[in-house]
Design a protein around this ligand. Structure first.
Ligand code: 5GP
Length: 179
């Protein structure tokens, strides 16, 4: 399970890990947030409506779900169960609230937190991404501070100052944990 404040480079690092460890399946989350440019339904996220999401909450179909930045995000329980039952490994890109729920339900899950160098750089990265409104950036920054405060609950923490170094550190953790 990988968590990080928005803009810390988590998506890039997760993609690199999935290339390096093809035996790991990515758990494609469901979200009610609109797709960003270039995002593909079924690959980056399953983009669904608020009502459909809430119906699945009522029917207990989420392994975990959370409201992040005013949108719902959730992990399919069926997908997790089926992958684990077939002996597979999973990579989940989820927020701190979700990671806590998964750890409770699946105590052997491994958690990794990616830190951005500092908040100023984080904000700069979010702005340069150009996909979020001013209001959304403010929310993401507030959320980042809150998430960083909880990083010590994670099994591993990586400071993403330099992508190559972080990639090596992350690969070493994956190798160790996959054994
Ligand atoms: P973004 O909108 O930037 O793709 O993601 C916002 C936040 O939602 C990130 O911290 C990401 O890790 C988190 N997230 C993505 N999918 C899930 C999910 O299925 N469950 C939870 N709890 N968080 C998620």
């Amino acid at each position: 399970m990988v968590s990080a404040p928005s803009g810390a480079g988590k998506s890039t690092l997760c993609k690199l890990m999935l290339e390096e460890f093809p035996e790991i399946s990515f758990s494609v989350s469901h979200t009610t947030r609109p797709p960003r440019e270039g995002e593909v339904h079924g690959k980056d996220y399953f983009f669904i409506g608020k009502e459909a999401f809430e119906e699945r909450i009522e029917n207990n179909l989420w392994a975990e779900w959370a409201r992040v930045h005013d949108n719902y995000y959730g992990t399919s329980l069926t997908f997790i169960r089926e992958t684990l039952e077939n002996g597979g490994s999973l990579l989940l890109d989820i927020d701190v609230q979700g990671a806590r729920q998964i750890t409770k339900a699946f105590p052997s899950a491994v958690t990794l937190f990616i830190m951005a160098p500092d908040l100023e750089i984080l904000e700069k990265r979010l702005r340069s991404r150009g996909t979020d409104s001013e209001e959304a950036i403010e929310k993401r920054m507030k959320n980042a501070v809150n998430e960083i405060e909880q990083k010590d609950c994670y099994n591993h923490v990586i400071d993403n100052d330099d992508l190559e170094t972080s990639k090596k550190q992350m690969a070493a953790i994956f190798k160790k944990e996959l054994r």
